[in-house]
Design a protein around this ligand. Structure first.
Ligand SMILES: *Cc1c(COP(=O)(O)O)cnc(C)c1O
Length: 432
């Protein structure tokens, strides 16, 4: 029997979305239910966050109504008096925050942003290189099931079996042998600091364009909690909705010499009109990320992840690479005798939201791998501190044990404890 997590009661959020509730009570109730779910659960998916009320407001504005194909000052539609200013503001703030020569804030999301990079620097059939998906890379870094792995010849590097770290000599050997046009670094399940300088040396020697995909860690970079790739990479690609705590969107930053190629690839190469309400919300998020308290946020995200890793290690969990330097922890559950998917579903029933994930050299299949991936960006946005992480590790431990023994009451008990702590730390942007 499969028991699923309780479905939250779909009640309209009173007074919160009045127009929506009047026009479409059914959808308003679903939004209310999602708000409740996000408020009551402990969200540990490392690619998620809670945006501020200001970012939420900016992304729900009449800027949504405007078509603006082109770039500020060179549009294909009239009436851009305001939109041009919005997009310039977002671009200026991105350049200032990351110290980049050029920023394009139009990509619809991280995957289209990366596709634009291919369009700018490679031809179909060319060799491209990135980290293998099951090792912690992203689909769009040339993995087979992605268009980037079928339109291009993707060659893939990984991590070492013994310590779970990138072997830069191995990356160099592969790059010199394969001579990729584009070399991606960065990923989705890398718990350790990326050595951008080492990648830059390899890319230079191999004659490749170096792309640093900082989708996961952009907020840490902005807040000074992870080294910046900007001095080293030809192009920096990032989503805006993960640690950066903005709306769902993306940005491409690059050296001046590549600005034209990147802009042409995004529009008209790949996209039509930019999503101006998203551009506005990105501008707000960048403004928030430039404030001093965002530096504290970024450092606390890392301190929380380290404390959580320590709490898990103390309870006998095995962590890929033995710990973390950033916002995420990759847990190998093999020694606990629980498959990743079983654990993730049990944790969901306990009010702890994670995702199952492959671990490097995983003997299990990707749809039911050996690991779970957990991260601290969301709980840190709620104000949780390292002193809370031992309790979180304890809940994960009890839930994983309950997953193995089928102990549903134990999961319900954890769920109640989680809800109590979450009620004490309301999330940004959500009703209290
Ligand atoms: C999340 C992510 C992406 C893709 O972003 P989407 O917005 O989901 O398309 C690309 N690269 C990396 C490294 C990511 O973590």
């Amino acid at each position: 029997m499969t028991i699923s997590a309780p479905v939250p009661v779909a009640t309209p959020a009173p007074g919160r979305h009045p127009a929506l509730a009047a026009t479409d009570p059914e959808l308003a109730a679903l939004v209310g239910a999602e708000e409740r779910l996000q408020a009551e659960t402990l969200r540990l998916i490392p690619s998620e966050n809670y945006v501020s009320a200001a970012v939420l407001e900016a992304s729900g504005t009449v800027l949504q109504n405007k078509y603006s194909e082109g770039y500020p000052g060179r549009r294909y539609y009239e009436g851009q008096q305001v939109i041009d200013q919005v997009e310039r503001l977002a671009g200026d703030r991105a350049r200032a925050l990351f110290g980049a020569d050029h920023a394009n804030v139009q990509p619809y999301s991280g995957s289209p942003a990366n596709l634009a990079v291919y369009l700018a620097f490679a031809q179909p059939g060319d060799t491209v290189m990135g980290m293998a998906l099951p090792m912690g890379g992203h689909l769009t870094h040339g993995w087979g099931v992605s268009a980037t792995g079928s339109w291009f010849r993707g060659v893939q590097y990984g991590v070492r079996r013994d310590d779970g770290l990138i072997d830069y000599d191995q990356v160099r050997d592969l790059a010199l042998k394969e001579r990729p046009k584009v070399l991606f670094c960065g990923g989705t399940a890398l718990p350790r600091t990326i050595d951008f300088a080492a990648f830059a040396r390899i890319a230079e020697e191999a004659g490749a364009v170096l792309v640093a995909d900082i989708a996961h860690i952009a907020g840490l970079v902005a807040g000074g909690a992870h080294p910046s790739p900007v001095p080293y990479a030809d192009v920096v690609s990032t989503t805006t909705h993960k640690t950066l705590r903005g709306p769902r969107g993306a940005m491409l930053m690059c050296r001046e010499e590549h600005a034209r190629a990147i802009d042409k690839a995004v529009f008209p190469g790949l996209q039509g009109g930019p999503h101006n309400q998203t551009t506005a919300a990105i501008a707000v998020a960048l403004h928030e990320a430039a404030a001093p308290d965002f530096r504290a946020y970024a450092h606390t995200v890392v301190a929380n992840a380290r404390a959580l890793a320590d709490g898990l290690l103390a309870r006998g969990f095995e962590l890929v690479s033995g710990g973390t330097d950033n916002h995420l922890v990759l847990v190998d559950l093999t020694s606990r005798d629980v498959p990743g998917k079983t654990a993730a579903k049990a944790l969901d029933r306990a009010g702890i939201v994670v995702n199952y994930n492959t671990v490097p050299f995983d003997p299990r299949k990707p749809f039911d791998p050996s690991g779970i991936r957990i991260g601290t960006p969301s709980l840190t946005s709620r104000g949780l501190l390292p002193e809370h992480m031992d309790a979180v590790a304890g809940w994960i431990d009890r839930s994983v044990t309950a997953a193995r023994t089928g102990d549903e009451p134990a999961l319900a008990a954890v769920r109640a404890e989680v809800a109590e702590l979450m009620a004490a730390y309301p999330a940004p942007g959500l009703p209290v």
